[in-house]
Design a binder for this molecule. Structure first.
Ligand SMILES: NC(=O)c1ccc[n+]([C@@H]2O[C@H](COP(=O)([O-])OP(=O)(O)OC[C@H]3O[C@@H](n4cnc5c(N)ncnc54)[C@H](OP(=O)(O)O)[C@@H]3O)[C@@H](O)[C@H]2O)c1
Length: 263
C-alpha cells in the first residue's frame, strides 16, 4: 500500500536550525496543512514556527512528540543523540527519519532498542526552507523521498558508503562562504570597500551556481574550460590555487571528515 505522508502527523525532536528550515519549507508545499508537532527546545524557534503556521503545535516534551506523531524526525546534535534517543519509547508503527550527523543506522537502532516500522537517514540542508538544494537519503525510503522531493531534490542511495560520501560533500557549506570571506578581506585590504566587494562576490558566485545548474550533465572540468581562457587570468588563478596547495588542502579536509563520519 502506498504511504501518503500528508496523512501522517510529523513530529520533530530537536527544534533548531535544520528543523526550522524543513518546517518552513513544508509550509510552502502541498504539506502545508499536515499536522506538525515540535519539541519545545529551542523555545524561540518552536514559538516562531507555531505562530507562523496554523498546522504546527508545540509538544510538552520529547516523548509527547513521539506519542502524537506517526513520522518522527530526530534533529538533535550528535553529542546528545544517545541520551535523547535512549530516553524515548518508540512505537512499532513509527516511521523514523534521522538528521543526526555522523550517526549510522546500527547505532540509532541500538539506542532505539525496539522495533520500528522504518528508519532512514537524511541530510537536509538549510536551503530546503526555500525549496532549493539536495537532500541525501539512505537507505531509500518512499516517505522521505516524497517529502524531500517537495523540498527541492531528493537523492536516494542504496549504499552506506555512497551516503557517507554525500555527507562529506555536504560539509563544504562553511568553506564556500570561507572562500568568499577570504576574497572579500583581500579585496578590502587592497582598497575596495567591503560592501562593494561583497555585493560583487554574491552576484559572481550566484551566476556560477546558475551556470552549473543550466548544464546538469557537463563535467566540472568542462565548466572550468568554459569559464577560463587559455593563457588567461582565470586559468592562472586555478593553476596557482592548485600549485600553492589549495586542492591538496581541500582534499585533505575531505579525507579527515570521511574518517570522522566513518568512525
Ligand atoms: N544545520 C544543518 O545544515 C544540518 C544539515 C543536516 C543535518 N544536520 C544535523 O541535524 C541535527 C540538528 O542540527 P541543527 O543545525 O538544527 O542544530 P541546532 O540548531 O543546534 O538544533 C538542535 C536543537 O536541539 C535542541 N535540544 C538540545 N537538547 C535537547 C533535548 N534534550 N531534547 C530536545 N531538543 C534538544 C536545542 O535546543 P536548545 O537551543 O534549547 O539547546 C536546539 O534547538 C544535528 O545532528 C546536525 O548534525 C544539520
Amino acid at each position: 500500500m502506498k504511504i501518503d505522508p500528508k496523512r501522517m502527523t510529523m513530529g520533530f525532536v530537536g527544534t533548531g536550525t535544520i528543523t526550522e528550515a524543513v518546517v518552513t519549507g513544508l509550509g510552502k508545499t502541498a504539506f502545508c496543512d499536515t499536522p506538525i508537532v515540535l519539541s519545545p527546545r529551542s523555545a524561540s524557534v518552536a514559538g516562531r514556527l507555531a505562530a507562523a503556521n496554523r498546522n504546527v503545535s508545540i509538544a510538552l516534551g520529547n516523548q509527547d512528540v513521539l506519542d502524537r506523531s506517526d513520522l518522527v524526525f530526530m534533529a538533535v546534535r550528535p553529542q546528545i543523540a544517545e541520551e535523547v534517543i535512549r530516553s524515548l519509547r518508540f512505537r512499532p508503527d513509527h516511521h523514523v527519519i534521522s538528521f543526526v550527523a555522523a550517526t549510522p543506522i546500527d547505532q540509532l537502532l541500538a539506542w532505539i532498542d525496539q522495533p520500528v516500522h522504518h528508519l532512514s537517514l537524511a541530510i537536509p540542508l538549510p536551503f530546503v526552507a526555500d525549496l532549493q538544494g539536495a537532500t541525501a537519503i539512505y537507505p531509500p525510503d518512499e516517505v522521505s523521498h516524497t517529502l524531500f522531493s517537495a523540498l527541492g531534490t531528493a537523492i536516494q542511495v542504496e549504499d552506506k558508503q555512497e551516503f557517507e560520501l554525500l555527507a562529506v560533500a555536504s560539509c563544504l557549506m562553511a568553506t564556500y562562504f570561507g572562500m568568499l570571506d577570504a576574497t572579500s578581506s583581500w579585496l578590502q585590504s587592497q582598497g575596495l570597500s567591503r560592501p562593494a566587494g561583497d555585493a560583487y562576490l554574491r552576484q559572481l558566485f550566484s551566476g556560477l551556481a546558475h551556470a552549473a545548474r543550466l548544464k546538469p550533465v557537463a563535467s566540472f572540468d568542462e565548466l572550468i574550460g568554459e569559464h577560463s581562457t587559455k593563457g588567461g587570468l582565470n586559468e592562472q588563478v586555478l593553476e596557482d590555487f592548485r600549485e600553492f596547495g589549495g586542492t591538496a588542502a581541500l582534499q585533505k579536509a575531505l579525507d579527515r571528515i570521511l574518517a570522522r563520519i566513518r568512525l
